[in-house]
Write a protein that binds this ligand. Structure first.
Ligand code: F6R
Length: 261
């Protein structure tokens, strides 16, 4: 994988948005894998701005989100469907029929995963998957000990994830303990992966994922198996990486990144 270090959080967010827009421009009917969470809020605001200013067309784009809470209706303010609608979908010209999230109210919890995977296949597979990382190393809601070959399924969230996300609920105790998530194996099938990591709180887990041994205890370390992964980190999140000098050198010297120097 490649690591890009930006000096500020804002620059990291802008670069992530620019790469997403670049993917849409080079393939107008691309399939995007999307993430939610605080990290992505500014990215989606920037994507919406670029859509308006540069008239980027999303009408043929298809999206699959990583995860959804089990038990929350699409119009629940803490559902990921609601988040996507508010932060991104309503600001761009995407066709709602082409936006997919697992169904938090699915009647058949064990069938929801295979059904979601069939939809991903039907749309041709994910071209670019956007990822954040949890403080416990999760990607999507693949918590520590998730198999690297896991598929989309229902999972129980860890106390760490509940602590990380429950403050966003009006009553923190109402946060669901279960969720649907794409599997680690599903994520690894994306043709390209773009992970954004910002803030000091993520520095330790980022170093473990990128430079530590691959281990199911750090699900994000599975990205070391992927051939086309770029991680964008701000200086705070990159603070514990041992190869920082080298990552900065690559950004300065690799022609692929010349627009971002
Ligand atoms: C959300 C998701 C999660 C988040 C992670 C980081 O769809 O897949 O893995 O990316 O929990 O969350 P924030 O950005 O809130 O720190």
């Amino acid at each position: 994988m490649e690591v890009i270090i930006r000096s500020s959080r804002e620059e990291a967010e802008k670069m992530t948005a620019a790469l997403l827009i670049r993917a849409v421009k080079s393939k107008p009917d691309c399939v995007l894998g999307l993430a939610t969470g605080r990290t992505m809020e500014a990215v989606y605001a920037e994507v919406a701005r670029l859509h308006r200013e540069k008239e980027v067309d999303f009408s043929q784009v298809c999206t699959f989100n990583l995860d959804e809470y089990i038990g929350l209706a699409p119009d629940h303010p803490n559902s990921y469907r609601y988040y996507m609608q508010e932060k991104l979908f309503k600001h761009i010209n995407i066709d709602p029929q082409r936006t997919y999230l697992p169904d938090g109210l699915s009647k058949d919890v064990k069938q929801e995963g295979p059904h979601y995977e069939a939809l991903i296949r039907y749309r041709g597979g994910i071209d670019l998957q956007l990822l954040g990382i949890g403080e416990d190393g999760h990607i999507g809601f693949n918590e520590p000990l998730s198999s690297f070959t896991s598929r989309t399924r229902d999972v129980t969230l860890t106390p760490e994830t509940v602590a990380q996300n429950s403050p966003q609920f009006e009553r923190p105790e109402d946060m669901p303990r279960r969720a649907f998530t794409m599997g680690v194996g599903t994520i690894l099938e994306a043709r390209r992966i773009l992970m954004l990591v910002t803030g000091k709180a993520k520095a330790r887990v980022l170093a473990a994922a990128v430079e530590g041994p691959m281990a199911a205890m750090v699900p994000a370390s599975a990205l070391q198996l992927h051939q086309n992964t770029v991680i964008i980190a701000d200086a705070d999140a990159a603070g514990e990486l041992r190869m920082q000098e080298y990552y900065r050198w690559v950004l300065e010297n690799d022609p692929r990144w010349q627009d971002f120097r």
